[in-house]
Design a binder for this molecule. Structure first.
Ligand code: GLU
Ligand code: MG
Length: 402
């Protein structure tokens, strides 16, 4: 697809998984809140014991989730493609081997009963009262990963927005669906206001970030190739997303959509009322932080840049002054219209010439269909792009059948 060289080393392929428990006797399936322990065991047996271990495991938003990547990036030759499936098989087998009886590692984009009473093991009630991270009527804070980053993101998105997030997904109607389909939430003023008739209402970051996806990072041979690849892949994001679509169920209902994107986008939408254009606005932002890209980066993509881009003007001008070209400067200045969502106190005063934490903090919470990844300072990792729209498909193997 790209001249002059094909995609090179340092490409990876990350899959998010859910830990699921099957109670056959009571015909009950739940999400197991053991992600932190499973992760600890996998890291201890894997990367900490052997730096060349073929798999790497990382935490994800739900405490019923884990994320796996290959231990080493794939190389640049065609034959490397033959190792992708094998590595996925290794990951599944390895993680499944540390699960409890009747538990499985599932690649499910959206767990059908997420947010229904008792959907977790152990069961927990939601915490809508003051003090909760999401204040959700449905999604208990215990289902959020215990690492402080995740609850902090949840709380700060809600605080910045000034209210709980609002997700309304159209209900699928068959002959048995009441019409209009109306749920009432008399106990919760926000929910009563935000929920719409004929929609499945959800009110927490976990309904989106607690879904699973497949992301692929490609290394380019130069910044030029990375910019070109970013633009070329951006155009096929919606197509590949539709091909992978695998998420028709939300909060125990059948919806009239089949893809998680709109749900996850709304689940982290931290824009204020002013930014959403609902009040007299000084500064309007047209999309959530989780959304499609807003501008092309390469010379051949430039002519298709027809969206009026909201940018941080000061940052844009500073970048131009330092010799960055218009396309890249506006891309970065657009990323920086978002506030940081979390900040560690000891990571505030940094040497920006040698550390990119401040950039990465903004970059990693601009969850767009494509991500343009400059190399970290003082490393030999090259220019990369990440392809992010795909859903995961379900594959199931119970531990006992291994
Ligand atoms: N779980 C998110 C999704 O389904 C992706 C989070 C991430 O960027 O790692 O899109
Ligand atoms: Mg992830």
């Amino acid at each position: 697809m790209v001249n002059p060289s094909p995609v090179q080393a340092n490409s990876d392929h990350r899959v998010e998984y859910m830990l699921v428990s099957f109670d056959h006797e009571n015909r009950k399936v739940q999400l197991v809140l053991s992600g932190e322990d499973v992760l600890e065991t996998l890291q201890e047996k894997g990367e900490r014991t052997n730096p060349n271990h073929p798999t790497l495991w990382r935490p994800e938003y739900g405490s019923y989730m884990i994320e796996g990547t290959p231990g080493q990036p794939y190389g640049g030759t065609m034959s490397e493609f033959n190792t992708v499936e094998d590595n996925m098989r290794k990951r599944r087998k390895e993680a499944t081997s540390v699960l409890g009886e009747n538990q499985a590692l599932c690649t499910i984009t959206s767990f059908p009963r997420l947010g229904c009473p008792g959907f977790t093991l152990p069961e927990h009630n939601p915490n809508p009262e003051e003090g909760g991270a999401s204040k959700s009527l449905f999604f208990p804070d215990e289902a959020i990963n215990k690492h402080p980053r995740f609850a902090t993101l949840t709380r700060n998105i809600r605080h910045r927005r000034g209210e709980k997030v609002v997700i309304n997904v159209p209900i699928f109607k068959d002959k048995n669906t009441p019409s209009p389909f109306v749920e009432t939430f008399p106990e919760d003023e926000e929910a009563a206001r935000a929920s719409k008739p004929d929609h499945i209402y959800m009110d927490a970051m976990g309904f989106g970030m607690g879904n699973c996806c497949l992301q692929v990072t490609f290394q380019a041979c130069s910044i030029c190739e990375a910019r070109y690849l970013y633009d070329q892949l951006a155009t096929i994001c919606p197509i590949v997303m539709a091909l992978s679509a695998a998420s028709p169920f939300y909060r125990g209902y059948v919806s009239d959509i089949d893809c998680r994107w709109g749900v996850i986008s709304a689940s982290v939408d931290d824009r204020t009322r002013e930014e959403r254009g609902l009040e007299k606005n000084r500064f309007r932002i047209s999309k959530s932080r989780y959304d499609s890209i807003d501008s092309y980066l390469s010379k051949c993509g430039e002519k298709y840049n027809d969206i009026d881009l909201t940018i941080d003007k000061e940052i844009y001008e500073q970048l131009l002054r330092e010799g960055i070209d218009h396309l890249l400067a506006q891309h970065v200045a657009h990323l920086f219209i978002r506030d940081p969502l979390t900040l560690f106190e000891e990571k505030i005063h940094l040497d920006d010439a040698n550390e990119s934490d401040h950039f990465e903090n903004i970059q990693s919470t601009n969850w767009q269909t494509m991500r343009f990844k400059p190399p970290p300072p003082n490393s030999d990792i090259g220019w990369r792009v990440e392809f992010r729209p795909m859903e995961v498909r379900h594959m199931l193997r119970l531990r006992s059948s291994l």
